[in-house]
Design a protein around this ligand. Structure first.
Ligand code: ZN
Length: 151
């Protein structure tokens, strides 16, 4: 089993600082910061070639991607004294995801999205605009804001 907590941090856009122990036998410089990019790999499974993606670094020498599992082991057990120094913000929010069907509009309640039942497609009782927010909301964000509507 891979270290799930660590695995969640090792995503595209994360920055990793190479530790002393790790650098000693992996050809990186101690203190070097590497940034993970989306790597594409082809796997031969005997029947067909399958393309897969994994967070990776680009290896100049060999002109190919090195995935985190190649760098740190299948269970990330070789991460050792390396340090994750930056994780893109979306990774912190667990299940939080913006609705993908359309961009956030001014009628939406983005602060609701992270809650259970916070991603409902609602229709505003007042202006009939479609908005995304908690399922119990009846007004869109525009109509709920007195400053904007002059109430
Ligand atoms: Zn409205």
């Amino acid at each position: 089993m891979a270290d799930k907590e660590l695995e969640q941090k090792l995503i595209v856009g994360s920055k990793i600082k190479i530790g002393e122990k790790y650098s000693a036998w992996n050809g990186f410089r101690q203190g070097e910061i590497i940034t993970l990019v989306q790597g594409e790999f082809e796997y031969e499974n005997g029947l067909y070639t399958e393309a897969q993606c994994a967070p990776s670094i680009w290896c100049e020498d060999r002109s190919e991607f090195d995935s985190i599992y190649h760098l740190f082991g299948n269970d990330l057990e070789e991460f050792q004294d390396c340090e994750v120094v930056f994780v893109p913000p979306m990774a912190d929010k667990g299940s939080f995801q913006f609705p993908m069907h359309r961009p956030v509009s001014e009628n939406d309640w983005p602060e609701d999205f992270k809650h259970d039942n916070g991603n409902y497609n609602n229709t505003c009782l007042r202006c009939e605009a479609k908005f995304v927010g908690h399922k119990r909301r009846v007004l869109c964000k525009v109509c709920d804001n007195p400053q904007l509507t002059g109430e």
